[in-house]
Design a protein around this ligand. Structure first.
Ligand code: UDP
Length: 238
């Protein structure tokens, strides 16, 4: 079997995916499956940090439309990401592997604060590190968080897990003529306005020369395949 080509990566898991077939909340069987996928991928020898979203619980923008201020709504969203991390941490540990949640917020009873040194330490101990709390700032997304954390901890790529096997010219579920890209530059990804990630995330990746690989998490073993560069996905780089 091919060896993984990355020493360290950040994987972005959307909160929405954790809901499974439910419209919101946490679907335990999905979380258990993801935990198994992460453990199998880590066994290949790549250090794995995971940025988890919160869209299955709260999105700041949606909350703000109901009259709560956007920064408060965003704080609620960031807290939701910590809940998702705790669910994933518990699932990973129940399967006998080691995990650790680090949060952008000080919450000593719940999780340690994210620092680069703590991340390096836990990754070196063989833990899957779960990064909660987003960037800690309103008006950002966990996609941007994934790129930011990857740059901070010296990861070699951001793996953006989605429901489709890459970036398409249009939504392939709605438009049968949608074209799939094998590769795009960061600038092309920004100019194309593809919905898969926000422009801030792509711009920060361009600034920090970080490749982003967009792939489908629905395929069993897809994380491992991307790590060995045998998987299907769109590479955004250069
Ligand atoms: N959020 C934020 N700052 C961040 C990251 C996230 O304010 O740095 C908030 C924002 O309200 C967002 C919510 O947390 O809607 C959940 O994150 P996101 O929408 O990125 O989750 P996903 O779509 O990946 O589930």
């Amino acid at each position: 079997m091919a060896e993984p080509v990355y020493r360290r990566v950040v994987i972005k898991l959307s909160g929405e995916y954790l809901a499974g077939t439910q419209s919101c909340g946490i679907d335990q069987s999905t979380v258990d499956r993801l935990a198994g996928e992460l453990i199998a991928a880590q066994k290949l020898g790549t250090e794995i940090a995971v940025v988890v979203g919160g869209g299955n619980i709260v999105r700041g923008l949606e909350v703000s439309l109901r009259g709560i201020s956007r920064p408060t709504g965003d704080t609620m969203g960031m807290l939701a990401t910590v809940m998702n991390c705790l669910a994933l941490e518990a699932a990973i540990e129940r399967k006998g592997a080691l995990a650790r949640t680090l949060s952008a917020f000080v919450m000593p009873e719940i999780s340690e604060l994210f620092t680069r040194s703590a991340t390096h330490k836990y990754l070196a101990e063989g833990r899957i590190v779960l990064l909660g709390g987003g960037t800690g700032n309103p008006f950002f997304t966990t996609d941007t968080t994934a790129v930011l954390r990857a740059a901070e901890i010296g990861a070699q790529a951001v793996l953006k897990a989605t429901n489709v096997d890459g970036i398409y010219s249009a939504d392939p579920k709605k438009d049968p003529s949608a074209r799939r890209f094998d590769r795009l530059s960061h600038s092309e990804a920004i100019e194309g306005g593809y919905k898969v990630m926000d422009a801030t995330a792509f711009a920060l990746a361009r600034e920090t020369s970080l490749p982003i690989i967009v792939f489908s998490i629905a395929e069993p073993g897809s994380i491992g395949a991307i790590l060995r560069r045998t998987g299907r996905g769109t590479v955004v780089a250069g």
